[in-house]
Design a protein around this ligand. Structure first.
Ligand code: PMT
Length: 403
């Protein structure tokens, strides 16, 4: 499973660094090529000699080799890695990662890493529970970093609680599962609609909504991370897509989004309609700015926009899997089921504005996945983790990766 995979193992300064030697050995035994990057504090807990003997490569720690002045490029390492695992990650290293304090090779490598990053924190129970750590962990999650939660047990302080770095065998399981997932959509085309649509009233005004595009972009990144070719049809948002596997097509209005989505869906394996599309648009767009002088009231006549998900659903071929969203202001299960049928979808992701932290603009969401076989409710999670749950369900439904 790990043969030929390039893994950067980042080690920071905590007692759990002794377990990193075992983790390194397990990764190498499974065929991975591992490059260790250690912080200055990490070297106080485990020697580079041990790590370089186990990895078969010189350990990277300093920006320069002191006597020759040779510069070590963190950018090269970031590009080389298929995966970066930071284990143990101390509270200090996590804080530096969150705020981009690039004063050691581990953090500079993290900041230039192009692929997935996993973090296995290790610290005392009170440090783990501190609001500052909680905030930092949530920020890393929102940045797409996978957190391998620490286990409970006896800590270096002899206190008992949550904060022990997860066991190396468990971390290896997560690494293997990542590589399994990273190929699960290889050769598949996924179309995603994201963000709001703007319906012009005149050259300066539009009808729109509060969608930021975060949910749709998180799904796009998740699909790209699993090897899919992604067509991301994006309304006006200020986000950027990181993965080179994402082909972004910017649109403004529902009619434009409709035309692009219809075209892209014709040869797609999966389509996910996460955009908040305006249901109506002004019947005509004024050529110059509408003047308010002398007008106490103004009426804008609206006409119905095409239903993108429903029109794509109508053309759905056997084997294609189409997923819609339902944004409700109450529990909304009935509406989700009705959208599933009306739009000929295979799954509807129900999210409700009545749930704190769910829906528009947040970094988190709380969803229920509704299919013809029933529904599955998930707790509040980062939008990236919600995206992973959605794609797991799509893959099961489509039978991808099944023998
Ligand atoms: O972008 P964020 O700030 O991250 O917020 C995420 C979100 C709240 C926008 C997202 O999670 C979400 O719920 N998207 C769908 C919003 C919506 O328009 O829901 P709806 O119940 O009105 O529409 C049902 C489905 O039909 C959706 O898949 C929608 O994309 C689609 N639709 C609706 C109208 C239309 N004219 N064309 C469509 O394709």
């Amino acid at each position: 499973m790990l043969k030929g995979k390039h893994i950067v193992l980042g080690i920071s300064g905590g007692i759990a660094a002794y377990k990193s030697a075992h983790l390194l050995r397990l990764l190498v035994k499974r065929g991975a090529e591992v490059q260790v990057v250690i912080t200055p504090a990490g070297k106080e807990f485990i020697t580079p000699v041990t790590l370089s003997a186990l990895s078969g490569k010189p350990v990277v720690s300093e920006f320069f080799t002191a006597n020759s002045g040779e510069w070590h490029s963190h950018v090269d390492l970031g590009l080389w890695a298929d995966l970066m695992v930071i284990a143990p990650a101390t509270a200090s290293t996590i804080g530096k990662m969150v705020s981009g304090v690039a004063d050691n090779m581990l953090v500079t490598t993290y900041l230039s890493a192009k692929e997935h990053v996993m973090v296995a924190p290790a610290m005392d129970l009170d440090m783990w529970a501190h609001p500052s750590t909680r905030r930092n962990i949530e920020t890393l999650r929102a940045d797409g970093v996978e957190i391998i939660e620490p286990a409970s047990g006896e800590l270096a302080s002899h206190l008992v609680g949550k904060g022990r770095m997860e066991e190396p065998e468990k971390i290896v399981e997560r690494v293997e599962s990542f590589f399994r997932r990273s190929a699960s959509l290889e050769g598949r085309k996924v179309v995603i609609t994201a963000g709001p649509t703007y319906e012009r009233i005149d050259p300066v005004r539009f009808i729109g909504n509060f969608s930021s595009g975060k949910m749709g972009f998180a799904i796009a990144e998740e699909c790209a991370a699993r090897g899919a070719d992604v067509a991301l049809v994006a309304g006006p948002v200020s986000l950027s897509a990181a993965s080179p596997r994402i082909r972004r097509i910017d649109v403004e209005s529902a009619v434009e989004m409709h035309d692009v989505a219809l075209r892209e869906c014709s040869d797609a394996d999966v389509a996910i309609f996460a955009a908040a599309v305006a249901d109506y648009r002004p019947a005509c767009v004024a050529e110059s700015k509408l003047k308010r002088e002398g007008a106490e009231e103004m009426t804008v006549e609206l006409v119905r926009n095409p239903d993108i998900a429903a029109d794509c659903g109508r053309r759905k071929r056997p084997g294609q899997v189409f997923v819609g969203f339902a944004l409700e202001t109450d529990s909304g299960l009935d509406q989700a089921v009705s959208k599933l049928e009306r739009k000929n979808l295979d799954m509807v992701v129900l999210n409700s504005l009545k749930d704190k932290g769910a829906g528009f603009r947040t970094d988190t969401n709380r969803v229920t996945l509704v299919t013809r076989d029933g529904e599955a409710a998930f707790p509040l999670k980062s939008k990236r983790d919600v995206a992973a749950d959605i794609i797991d369900a799509v893959e099961r439904m489509a039978g991808y990766g099944q023998p």
